[in-house]
Ligand binder design. Structure first.
Ligand code: ARG
Ligand code: ASP
Length: 720
């Protein structure tokens, strides 16, 4: 009976609203909120197969990878799969001019060749729990915002402690729906994660930043790692004695591929979305924050690029930095375009008008919600100039590598100038700085940074009033009469922090008196001025306004849920495990243009350009293409499928997430979104938003046929 009612419910629901593709859903609530719809779309497994605490389920194979990607376990020996761009930092760290794995790729042909990655960890979700009641215990509507957050903090501490004590697991409570609900996450983290394989960049990053955020796409965006544990199958720090992890579950892989209309779901860790912001916020993000950030990033990228083209060493040193800066640079451009094209601000305003009218129609409601929007407007107007300055500080000031690095010496100065500091404490700080300096200079080029400095300072002085710019920067511009080249040359020749031998000299025989040298250093002084400006002029006000906005947003969220009773609300992404589902689907990006839902190896050959780094095609790949030697990885129509798109609502952090079919088998690896859909973090448009996935068959083809690492495929569970 229950089943029948839910089927009828879904039927009418879909009839009324259609399937929108929008939403990032909470795994433990799928059965209640989504299972009927997922089944009506073709899913053959159950919500319990996806998330269960009673038996092993797909969730036991899903990992948070590093600081912000997803990975999945694909063998019973702890083999894991993620994107090339997620493992990029690790691949880069193992690369040198002699062993340029970025260019050539890397394949461990046996376990002993798998490379450790200190600092990299992966995390499994053991279980989650709704703890809203415990967290909001003692919280009343009359409380001040501060009293409320103190109460919540105390409750959170209690819940987390009770849940983790004696378990060996970590416990963390996270707020959902802007603090209207709270969930507890019990997790297990593994710290010995080794690099197993990565294709050359002209496969793993094919199309580079030119194709990034774009469809049609031909990037073989994957890399592989393995989790190692101690003899008891427990997480452990790296040790040569560690052994491959035996997981509770790993994903079966299907070679059947996908066709238009097929049900798929993406299971992973979306980082952050802001779907319920008022129009004023969208106006601020797209009008005040994005434009200077885009411009300042463009300047940095231009300089990186010109040096990277001239030197292989600089190319290796800056490849990861370049990718990071370029990624959100392009995303912001796409986001602004998408918001405009969608009339997102107008749509929000229209919703706000209806919301206000609804609120005003009832005395209780109008008391609770009537003043929300005017208050939002007032606060965002106050926040705009602050957030503009914050953008310049981050994208301008902190875009200078040596400045950020020099700031790391402030503790040494403080401790050295304090007579009560024991010697060994100084020794410890010097030791840490020596290690971090070695890391810093390994990927640092003084000329690049010097040019970046000159360019960013000129931009900043040109665009903001003096009172908003850190005083040392204003001073410098005056002293050098706006000749930024001369200023930069002098600064970079004089400062200790732009040269590894000068730093070495400072640290190698450090004595406390030397703090005066650091204090007098021009880069150190600039750094202090930039950070001081932030801490004194920006942070206090920005925090005050943000905390007021948070509480408004919490009430607004509640109001929206009351107002739109027939809408299913999903919580904004917050780096917790989510399920998003949709269908494999094509789209019409512009007038008269149609985009098919998949790409093939033919497209790689079409894009081939030996003169452009990002479009070089390896001879080996060309040979396989010419011979159509696709093994059992080719599609039925004889093509080699590379990537496909669908209406799964994803965001940053979903990269590396498994894309699963109706039977819960791995068919792809999520890695990007399309250009027309980059605004989906602020507003989702089912018509235009698509996630981009690597076809798992291309991935296996590269491992097996291209790299000759078939032993890895043998470990996997292939179902066809
Ligand atoms: N746009 C994708 C995501 O946001 C992939 C970016 C990595 N690739 C690059 N060319 N920068 O992470
Ligand atoms: N490329 C993104 C990531 O790294 C995914 C996205 O933003 O769609 O998570």
């Amino acid at each position: 009976m229950k089943k029948l009612t839910s089927i009828i419910f879904v039927f009418f629901y879909l009839l009324k609203f259609g399937f929108a593709g929008e939403g990032m859903w909470i795994p433990m609530l799928l059965e209640q909120l989504n299972e009927p719809e997922m089944k009506s779309m073709g899913m053959r497994i159950s919500a319990e197969d996806i998330y269960s605490i009673n038996k092993s389920s797909l969730k036991d194979a899903i990992l948070l990878f590093g600081r912000g990607c997803t990975a999945e376990i694909i063998s019973d020996e702890g083999l894991i799969l993620t994107n090339h761009h997620c493992g990029y930092g690790q691949i880069q760290k193992h690369s040198s001019l002699e062993n340029d794995y970025l260019t050539t790729g890397f394949w461990a042909m046996e376990r002993s060749q798998e490379l450790p990655n200190p600092g990299l960890s992966v995390t499994l979700l053991v279980r989650m729990e709704d703890v809203t009641k415990q967290i909001l215990e003692g919280v009343t509507a009359e409380m001040t915002e501060q009293a409320r957050s103190e109460k919540i903090k105390a409750n959170t501490g209690k819940v987390e402690k009770a849940a983790s004590e004696g378990t060996g697991y970590a416990a963390k409570v996270k707020a959902f729906y802007y603090g209207n609900e709270y969930y507890l996450f019990i997790t297990q983290t593994f710290n010995d994660v080794r690099l197993v394989g990565a294709p050359p960049s002209n496969i793993g990053k094919f199309g580079g930043d030119t194709d990034n955020w774009m469809w049609p796409r031909h990037t073989g965006d994957f890399s592989m790692f393995r989790i190692y544990v101690n003899k008891n199958n427990e997480p452990a720090e790296y040790s040569p004695d560690n052994v491959p992890y035996k997981p509770k579950s790993h994903l079966p892989i299907s070679l059947k591929g996908v066709e238009k209309g097929d049900f798929t779901f993406v299971f992973g860790y979306p980082g952050s979305t802001q779907e319920y912001l008022p129009s004023f916020a969208i106006d601020m993000i797209t009008g005040v924050e994005n434009p200077p950030a885009i411009r300042l990033r463009e300047k940095r990228l231009g300089i990186f690029d010109s040096y990277m083209k001239q030197s292989d060493l600089v190319r290796i040193q800056y490849s990861d930095k370049y990718a990071g800066v370029a990624n959100y640079w392009k995303k912001m451009i796409g986001e602004n375009r998408g918001i405009r094209k969608l009339d997102a601000i107008e749509k929000k305003q229209e919703l706000e008008r209806r919301f206000s009218a609804w609120a005003m129609a009832d005395a209780t409601r109008s008391e609770r919600y009537g003043q929300l929007l005017p208050r939002f407007e007032k606060l965002y107007n106050q926040l705009k100039p602050i957030s503009e300055t914050e953008t310049y500080l981050i994208e301008g000031g902190l875009g200078i590598e040596a400045l950020r690095y020099a700031y790391g010496f402030r503790q040494l100065v403080a401790k050295s100038s304090d007579k009560n500091t024991p010697d060994d404490e100084i020794g410890k700080i010097v030791g840490q700085l020596t290690a971090s300096s070695a890391n810093f200079f390994r990927n640092y080029n003084q000329s690049v940074d010097r040019d970046v400095f000159a360019s960013l300072m000129a931009d900043w002085i040109e665009h903001q009033e003096q009172s908003k710019i850190p005083s040392a920067i204003v001073q410098g511009a005056i002293v050098y009469n706006n000749d930024y080249e001369t200023w930069a040359n002098k600064l970079y020749t004089e400062s200790i922090f732009t040269d590894s031998t000068r730093v070495k000299k400072l640290l190698d025989r450090y004595s406390v008196r030397k703090f005066k040298k650091i204090e007098a250093d021009p880069m150190f002084q600039l750094a202090l001025s930039v950070y001081d400006h932030y801490f004194s002029q920006i942070q206090p006000e920005s925090q005050m306004i943000s905390s007021e906005l948070d509480s408004l947003q919490r009430v607004y969220m509640q109001g929206l849920m009351e107002f739109q009773t027939d809408k299913r609300f999903y919580p904004d992404a917050n780096s917790t495990l989510r399920v998003t589902y949709g269908k494999v689907d094509d789209y019409y990006p512009r007038d008269a243009v149609y985009y098919k839902y998949y790409t093939t190896l033919e497209g790689i050959m079409e894009k081939e350009d030996p003169a452009i780094y990002d479009y070089v095609v390896e001879p080996r790949l060309k040979q396989l293409y010419a011979e159509k030697d696709y093994g059992h990885y080719g599609a039925k129509d004889g093509t080699m499928r590379i990537a496909f798109i669908g209406s799964n609502h994803t965001t940053g952090g979903n990269s590396g997430s498994p894309v699963l079919n109706a039977d819960g088998q791995l068919v792809g690896v999520n890695f990007d979104r399309n250009w027309e859909g980059t605004m989906s973090d602020l507003m989702y448009d089912p018509d235009q938003c698509r996630n981009i996935s690597l076809d798992i068959r291309y991935c296996l083809f590269i491992i097996d046929k291209f790299a000759g690492a078939g032993h890895l495929v043998k470990e996997m569970t292939i179902v066809d």
